[in-house]
Design a protein around this ligand. Structure first.
Ligand SMILES: Cc1cc2nc3c(=O)[nH]c(=O)nc-3n(C[C@H](O)[C@H](O)[C@H](O)COP(=O)(O)OP(=O)(O)OC[C@H]3O[C@@H](n4cnc5c(N)ncnc54)[C@H](O)[C@@H]3O)c2cc1C
Length: 87
């Protein structure tokens, strides 16, 4: 059985999501599907050997990832512009 991703009730601005109420296999509950929550679940599976299906992540938003978003096709300035002498 694949691990459940449980979604808690959405804030008023987001479309409503169905909350499965009949799942009884949660041994560990993590509130928040941001980097912290997802990494906690990852360590529990990798280090403790806890079955993924026994970890329930409750996320208020309609997507996981929290404040982390991907920007695609954006110009990324990772280096400062060259000085006049380097040009
Ligand atoms: C503009 C900006 C740029 C950043 N740039 C970088 C960067 O370049 N590199 C970097 O390493 N970090 C960066 N960060 C920091 C990084 O985004 C955060 O450190 C990281 O997202 C924090 O993860 P978190 O899981 O603690 O919290 P969050 O990402 O905030 O996740 C928390 C999650 O919990 C959910 N939640 C909250 N309350 C409840 C509840 N009661 N029930 C259910 N779910 C709930 C929220 O909806 C959210 O999805 C940046 C942050 C910002 C704001």
């Amino acid at each position: 059985m694949s691990p459940p991703l449980m979604l808690s009730p959405s804030p008023p601005s987001a479309p409503p999501v169905q909350v499965p109420t009949n799942y009884t296999g949660c041994e560990t509950t993590i509130v928040g599907g941001g980097a912290g929550g997802l990494y906690t679940a990852f360590r529990l599976v990798e280090d403790v050997g806890q079955p993924a299906a026994s970890i329930c992540i409750f996320e208020a938003d309609s997507r996981i990832g929290g404040r982390i978003w991907s920007l695609r096709n954006q110009v990324c300035h990772t280096r400062p512009p060259k000085s006049r002498r380097e040009r």
